[in-house]
Design a protein around this ligand. Structure first.
Ligand code: ADP
Ligand code: MG
Length: 620
C-alpha cells in the first residue's frame, strides 16, 4: 500500500461533504458571497427545493475575468487581505464554497465587475473548469447551479424531499435577511414568489416584516450590555411559544448562528415559564469585539466559540430573565384575540342574542357567553364554603407568607369592597371578583372590562413562586410525617428517585428505600398542603429525573422539581371558591412575579375590554 496525494477534484468533493450538507447550504454560501460583495439586491430562484436548480442574481461588486477563474479554486479568497483570522469582516473567508459547489454540480457563473464594460462567464462541472468566455450582464453576478450532488452519488441518495429542502432554503434566507436589513431579498420557488423584502431602514423594520405584527405585539424588547458585549433584539412573551426552536433567530456580529451555547441560554432563561417541549420565538443580536469570538469552528460557520463563554451566558440569561420578570404580569394578546374570533356572532338569526337557547349545538358553544349573566355576588351556599377554605388555609398568616408583603400593601389587601377595588386599578389591575364558573374560572370586573382567571393555572404559579422564594431564603419549610407514607412504585422508578435523594432533600422531600419496589416518604414541603397525592407526584418526578438526565444545571433541576410539586400542590379545578377567596387569589397574583403564566407557559388569565365586549354585541 502506498500513500498518494489525492487529486484536486477529489479533495474538493471531500470538502464539499462538510460545507455543503444540502441545497440550502449552497444557497447560504452563495447569498453570503453576494452580501460580502456589497450587493443591495439579491434574488434567489430555486426549483425542486434547490435540488435540480438554483439561481442567484446580485448587483454587487462583481468579478473580473481573472478573479472569476480564481474564485473557483480552493482556498482562494479576497476576504482575508491581512491573513488575520482574528478579525474577520466578511461572512465568508475560507475560500472553499465555490470550489466545493463546482466539484459536485454543474455551475455557470457570469459576472461584470463594477465599472467594467464587459462581462465574463465561466462553466465548471464535476470539478473540471472551462475557460472564461465573454458574456453579457449588468453589473453584478449571476450564478446558476444545476444537478447539485450529481457527482457525489452517496450524498445524492440521502437528500430529503423537495419540500423539506425548500423550507431549509427559506429559513437560511430569512436569517440572512434579518441580519442584513439594508439588502433587498427575494425568493422564488418553482416559479412562485415566496417573499420579496425591499431595502429596510433598520433591523427593527425588517424584523417586523418577516415575523409579522403578531410577534411585535407579543415580544419584549431586549437591550443589555456587559463588559463591551452588547445584546439587542426581541424576545417573545413566555405565553407566545412554538413546538420547536426553529423560530429562534440568533446572530453573532451580524452572522446568523445556530449555536448550542446560545440556544442553551434561551432554554435556561425560559425554563421557569415554559414547558420543556415548548420554545419561545425570538431574534437576538449579540455584538462583541471580533477577537473575542472564533467563527472558524466549522466549515458551515454557524457555530462559534467565545473567549469567555461564562460572560456571554450570564449576559443573555440575565437579560432575558429580567425582561420576563418585568413582563411577568403580561399575557400574550393573541390568546384573547383568538378567543374573540371564536366568539363570533351567529349570522342569520332574527332574534336578539338574549333569546338564544343555551344549547344550540356544539358548533355554537362559544355563544353561551352571550346569554351568560353575571351575578353581582356569588351564590355558593354557606355550607359549601368551608371546602375551599380548608385549602386556602395556605393563604393565612399562620403559614408565614403574609410576612413577605409590605405593611402598606397589606393594608390595601384587606379591602374587599368592590368599589374600592375598581377605583384603584393601579393597585388592583385584576379588579373585583364577581363569580366563579364551572368551579375553575373566576370572573372579575375591572374598571374597563373583565378578566377571566384559570384558578388552577394561577395558583400553580403562585405556589411555585412561593417555593422558590422559600428556597432562596432559608430552604423549603417541610413537615415530617407522623408515620412514613409507603408508596409502591416500579423498581426502576424507585432506583431513579433514590439516585436523586439528595436533590429531593433540598426541596423538602425526604425519601428512603423501602424494599425494592416501594419508597418511604418521611417528610414533605408544607406548601404541598395536607393531603397531597404523593403517588402521582413521585411517579411524575421519577419520570422527569430520567428525562432531563444530568445535562441540566442544579438550579434548573431544582426549579423543575419545584414546578412539578407546585402543580400537584395547587388548587385543582373543581374547587368552589367564595368571593373572599377569589379576591385573595387575585391580590396574590398581582404581587407575584410572572403570575401572567403558569409554569407551562399557559396564560393564567385573559382580559376582555369593554370595547371588545361591545364589539361582540355589535354595539361598536
Ligand atoms: P469565500 O467567500 O470564503 O471567500 P468562496 O468560495 O465563497 O470563498 O468565494 C471565493 C471568492 O469569489 C470570494 O472571496 C469573492 O472574491 C468571489 N466571489 C464569490 N461570489 C461572489 C459574488 N457574488 N460577487 C463578487 N465576488 C464573488
Ligand atoms: Mg463564500
Amino acid at each position: 500500500m502506498r500513500i498518494r496525494h489525492l487529486p484536486e477534484t477529489l479533495i474538493n468533493q471531500i470538502a464539499a461533504g462538510e460545507v455543503l450538507e444540502r441545497p440550502a447550504a449552497a444557497v447560504k454560501e452563495m447569498v453570503e458571497n453576494a452580501i460580502d460583495a456589497q450587493s443591495s439586491q439579491i434574488e434567489v430562484r430555486i426549483e425542486n427545493g434547490g435540488k435540480s436548480f438554483i439561481m442567484i442574481t446580485d448587483n454587487g461588486r462583481g468579478m473580473s475575468r481573472d478573479d472569476l477563474s480564481a474564485a473557483l479554486d480552493r482556498h482562494a479568497t479576497s476576504k482575508l487581505p491581512d491573513d488575520d483570522l482574528l478579525n474577520i469582516g466578511y461572512l465568508g473567508f475560507r475560500g472553499e464554497a465555490l470550489a466545493s459547489i463546482g466539484a459536485v454540480a454543474r455551475m455557470q457563473i457570469s459576472s461584470r465587475e463594477r465599472g467594467a464594460d464587459e462581462a465574463w462567464s465561466i462553466f465548471i462541472e464535476g470539478g473540471s473548469k472551462e475557460d472564461a468566455e465573454p458574456s453579457s450582464l449588468p453589473e453584478g453576478t449571476k450564478i446558476e447551479v444545476r444537478d447539485l450532488f450529481y457527482a457525489t452519488p452517496a450524498r445524492l441518495k440521502f437528500q430529503k424531499s423537495a419540500r423539506a429542502e425548500y423550507l431549509a432554503v427559506k429559513d437560511v434566507m430569512l436569517r440572512l435577511a434579518m441580519a442584513c436589513p439594508h439588502v433587498a431579498f427575494a425568493l422564488v420557488h418553482d416559479g412562485k414568489k415566496v417573499f420579496d423584502y425591499p431595502v429596510a431602514d433598520d433591523a427593527q423594520s425588517r424584523l417586523d416584516e418577516i415575523l409579522g405584527n403578531e410577534f411585535g405585539h407579543n415580544a419584549m424588547s431586549i437591550e443589555a450590555e456587559r463588559e463591551g458585549i452588547l445584546l439587542r433584539g426581541h424576545a417573545g412573551l413566555p405565553t407566545y411559544h412554538r413546538s420547536n426552536s426553529m423560530h429562534q433567530y440568533l446572530f453573532v456580529n451580524g452572522r446568523p448562528v445556530r449555536d448550542k451555547l446560545l440556544h442553551g441560554c434561551v432554554r435556561a432563561a425560559y425554563s421557569d415559564v415554559l414547558a420543556r417541549d415548548r420554545h419561545p420565538v425570538l431574534a437576538l443580536f449579540l455584538t462583541l469585539p471580533p477577537e473575542q469570538v472564533d467563527v472558524n469552528v466549522h466549515p458551515a460557520k454557524t457555530e462559534v466559540r467565545f473567549q469567555d463563554p461564562g460572560l456571554v451566558r450570564g449576559l443573555i440569561i440575565s437579560a432575558l430573565k429580567h425582561a420576563i420578570h418585568d413582563h411577568g404580569f403580561a399575557v400574550t394578546s393573541t390568546v384573547s384575540h383568538a378567543a374573540l374570533d371564536r366568539l363570533a356572532r351567529p349570522q342569520n338569526h332574527g332574534a336578539p342574542a338574549m333569546a338564544l337557547p343555551m344549547h344550540t349545538g356544539r358548533h355554537m358553544s362559544g355563544v353561551h357567553a352571550y346569554s351568560m349573566q353575571m351575578p353581582a355576588t356569588n351564590t355558593i351556599p354557606e355550607d359549601k364554603r368551608g371546602m375551599a377554605e380548608d385549602f386556602y388555609t395556605s393563604y393565612t398568616p399562620q403559614m408565614g407568607w403574609d410576612s413577605e408583603i409590605e405593611p402598606s400593601a397589606r393594608a390595601d389587601m384587606q379591602t374587599e369592597d368592590p368599589q374600592a377595588l375598581l377605583d384603584n386599578p393601579e393597585h388592583f389591575p385584576l379588579g373585583a371578583a364577581r363569580a366563579q364558573l364551572h368551579e375553575n374560572y373566576i370572573i372579575a370586573q375591572t374598571p374597563n372590562g373583565m378578566v377571566v382567571v384559570d384558578q388552577h393555572a394561577a395558583h400553580e404559579r403562585l405556589v411555585y413562586e412561593k417555593f422558590k422564594k422559600q428556597m432562596q431564603r432559608d430552604g423549603i419549610i417541610k413537615q415530617g410525617m407522623l408515620t412514613p407514607e409507603i408508596i409502591e412504585l416500579e423498581e426502576s422508578e424507585c432506583i431513579r428517585l433514590l439516585e436523586h435523594q439528595d436533590t429531593f432533600e433540598q426541596v423538602g422531600l425526604e425519601i428512603d428505600a423501602f424494599g425494592s419496589d416501594a419508597i418511604a416518604v418521611q417528610a414533605i414541603p408544607v406548601l404541598l398542603g395536607d393531603k397531597p397525592k404523593l403517588k402521582a407526584l413521585m411517579e411524575k418526578l421519577a419520570h422527569e429525573v430520567t428525562e432531563s438526565g444530568t445535562a441540566q444545571g442544579v438550579e434548573e433541576r431544582l426549579n423543575q422539581i419545584l414546578s412539578t410539586m407546585a402543580c400537584h400542590g395547587s388548587i385543582r379545578s373543581g374547587r368552589r371558591m367564595n368571593t373572599h377567596e377569589m379576591n385573595a387569589l387575585l391580590r396574590d397574583m398581582e404581587k407575584t412575579p410572572l403570575s401572567g403564566q403558569c409554569n407551562h407557559g399557559r396564560p393564567t388569565y385573559v382580559t376582555l375590554s369593554l370595547s371588545e365586549i361591545e364589539t361582540l354585541f355589535g354595539r361598536k
